[in-house]
Structure formats: structure tokens, C-alpha cells
Design a protein around this ligand. Structure first.
Ligand SMILES: Cc1cc2nc3c(=O)[nH]c(=O)nc-3n(C[C@H](O)[C@H](O)[C@H](O)COP(=O)(O)OP(=O)(O)OC[C@H]3O[C@@H](n4cnc5c(N)ncnc54)[C@H](O)[C@@H]3O)c2cc1C
Length: 312
């Protein structure tokens, strides 16, 4: 493994970084703690109902990302949000299709939770839960920054003081996603509904979005950052009873089930002034939406930016 680069995190930034490095002939391995790929581009099945539980859609404002989305459309893994007026793109058949697609042809270790990284003899030792330790020449950390920093701390790695304090200052909003199964069709508009100022910030009907099969009514409800921070540890039923008055008019049919996904690091509150961090002397890089911008496109741009730095 002595000429290999390890990428920690199989979200869009890590996968695009790994693909770009591999296309340039570098050996690269992606380490992802979850079974699924795509990170916050996540889909969950509850019985027959299917929910996009993280990112709901993405936009493409730069030429480079727009070209990638166009290619995805050609491969049938992305498309327009049906019924949405603006240019909103979604994964097809659902958001997690993008992670699976981007991982094709890459060496990816799933269920490979990195516990710590350590610098030994100018190499990186990557300790993975229940797996052999990897020894690699360079390391890219693409998890949310507090998680990446905890891996360095576990291996007693000291970063240059300026970088260390800037990275430590990055904070993220939490989000709570309630995944509500109904016994019949909802009244949520096809393009989803953004709500301001209350406990709920977003509602989307996954049947109208083309993700959940007709007859498996599935509504994603994202709670606002302030509400999520205050009530993060509450159960799905406690949360649902608190927000039901706000969303009742949109449900339109009896609730059959409520599931919960807690996103501790949902979106960066502040974004680092550079699209990535590359510490040449340590062979260590950081990428993700906290660098490129707090959206899917920003994460993609950050992965590419780090690939360019690592090549240089
Ligand atoms: C609820 C929600 C709604 C959103 N809505 C939108 C939206 O509508 N539009 C939009 O553009 N963006 C949206 N976003 C933001 C968007 O999803 C992110 O900006 C983007 O997906 C981040 O990609 P990333 O690669 O930087 O990080 P991630 O997708 O978080 O990838 C990091 C990966 O690292 C893995 N990891 C972490 N620690 C370890 C470890 N120790 N070992 C191994 N692997 C590890 C994680 O499992 C994860 O897969 C939303 C996010 C959330 C949570």
C-alpha cells in the first residue's frame, strides 16, 4: 500500500476526489464507515416507502458541475425534480444512486470506520475498526471537519497552528429528518415546500418526486436547525407530536409510521475561505462542503480542488 492514497469518506467530495486521482493513474482507496455510499446524499427504505432523507435536490451553477450533472443525466442516475419550477436536480431512482454510481470501478471499503490516523516514518497509518491498519503515502479527510479532526487527535497528530485553529472553528447545524409514512396520498405540493421561521423547514412528498412507489406515501420532513439543536435527543414520536400541528394540513391522510434520522453535521454554518486544505509537508488534505460551499455542488468542487492540489 506504500504508493496508495487513502480517502476517508464516501460522500460526493471523497468519491469525486478518488475518481479524479484514479483517472490520473494514482492508487486510491476510499474508506467509508457506512454500508451505503454517498454520505448526505442518502435514501432510506421503510417497508415499501422510500425517502430521500438528506439532500433533497441539487443545483448546478458552475460549468464543471453542470457538465457532470449532464453526464449523470445521460447515464440515467440524475434527472429534473418532476413538477419543480427551478433547475433542481435529483438522483435517479433516488439520491443514493449517485454514490453508488460514483463508486463504480473504485476500490471502496464500506463499513470501514476509521478510528484514528497517525504519522509514522513519513507515512500515514490508518486504524480501521475491525480491520487491518492501512499504511498509505497520502491521506485525504472528507468527513465533516469535527469528525476529521477527531481522527487526527486520536493519532496525536499536530497541525500547523493557523490551520488547526481555522479548522477547529468550523461548526455545523444539526438537522432532524422525520420520515412519515401515510396510508394515502399527501397534500404536499409536488415541488416540496420550504417553511420559514418555525420548527419545520422543509416537507417533500417522495411519491410525487418519483422516488417512493405509488401507494407507498412517504413524506420527508426536515426540522429547522434551531429546533433540531434544542430537541436533538428526542424520539421520533415526541418530535412528531410537537410538529404535527404545523404539518397536519399537508399530510392529508392518516400517519402509519414515523422514522427518524439524526444528522449531527447537516450543513456547515461557516465555510472555509479556500475550496480545500492541502498540507504538502504532511501529505494531508481536507475536502468537503465546509470548504467548497454548503451544498452538494460545493462538496463536489472541493473534492476536485483537492485532487488538483494533490497532483500538483
Ligand atoms: C438534511 C439535509 C438536507 C440537505 N439538503 C440539501 C439540498 O437540498 N441541496 C444541497 O445542495 N445540499 C443539501 N444538503 C447538503 C449536502 O448533502 C452536503 O453539502 C453534501 O452532500 C456533503 O458532501 P460531503 O462529501 O462534503 O460530505 P458527506 O456527504 O457527509 O460525506 C462524508 C462521508 O464521510 C463518512 N465518514 C465520517 N466519518 C468517518 C470515519 N471515521 N470513517 C469512515 N468514514 C467516515 C460519512 O459516513 C460520509 O459518508 C443537505 C444535507 C442534509 C443533511
Amino acid at each position: 500500500m506504500n504508493d496508495t492514497i487513502a480517502v476517508v469518506g464516501g460522500g460526493i467530495s471523497g468519491l469525486l476526489l478518488a475518481r479524479t486521482l484514479r483517472e490520473r493513474g494514482t492508487k486510491v482507496v476510499v474508506l467509508e464507515k457506512s454500508r451505503g455510499l454517498g454520505g448526505r446524499l442518502a435514501t432510506k427504505r421503510v417497508g415499501e416507502a422510500v425517502f430521500d432523507q438528506g439532500a433533497q435536490y441539487f443545483t448546478a451553477k458552475t460549468d464543471r458541475f453542470a457538465a457532470l450533472v449532464e453526464a449523470w443525466r445521460g447515464f440515467g442516475v440524475a434527472g429534473a425534480w418532476p413538477g419543480a419550477s427551478a433547475h433542481r436536480w435529483i438522483g435517479k431512482p433516488s439520491m443514493n444512486a449517485l454514490g453508488k454510481f460514483l463508486a463504480e470501478g473504485l476500490e471502496v471499503k464500506r463499513e470501514a470506520k476509521v478510528l484514528g490516523v497517525r504519522r509514522v516514518d513519513n507515512m500515514w497509518e490508518v486504524e480501521i475498526e475491525n480491520q487491518a491498519t492501512l499504511r498509505v503515502v497520502q491521506l485525504a479527510l472528507t468527513a465533516p471537519v469535527p469528525q476529521s479532526l477527531s481522527l487526527l487527535k486520536a493519532g496525536n497528530v499536530e497541525l500547523p497552528a493557523g490551520v488547526a485553529s481555522s479548522l477547529a472553528a468550523l461548526r455545523y447545524h444539526p438537522c432532524l429528518a422525520l420520515l412519515v409514512t401515510l396510508s394515502g396520498a399527501s397534500l404536499v405540493p409536488a415541488e416540496g415546500l420550504a417553511l420559514m421561521g418555525g420548527p419545520v423547514r422543509w416537507i417533500a412528498d417522495n411519491v410525487k418526486k418519483g422516488i417512493s412507489p405509488t401507494g407507498a406515501a412517504a413524506v420527508t420532513v426536515h426540522l429547522s436547525p434551531a429546533f433540531a439543536a434544542e430537541h436533538y435527543a428526542k424520539t421520533e414520536l415526541e418530535l412528531f407530536s410537537m410538529i404535527e400541528p404545523v404539518i397536519a394540513a399537508w399530510l392529508g391522510a392518516p400517519v402509519v409510521n414515523v422514522a427518524l434520522h439524526r444528522w449531527k453535521f447537516s450543513e456547515p454554518i461557516t465555510v472555509f475561505p479556500e475550496p480545500c486544505v492541502w498540507l504538502e509537508e504532511l501529505g494531508l488534505g481536507f475536502a468537503g462542503d465546509a470548504f467548497g460551499g454548503a451544498r452538494v455542488e460545493g462538496a463536489a468542487l472541493s473534492g476536485w480542488a483537492l485532487a488538483d492540489k494533490m497532483r500538483a
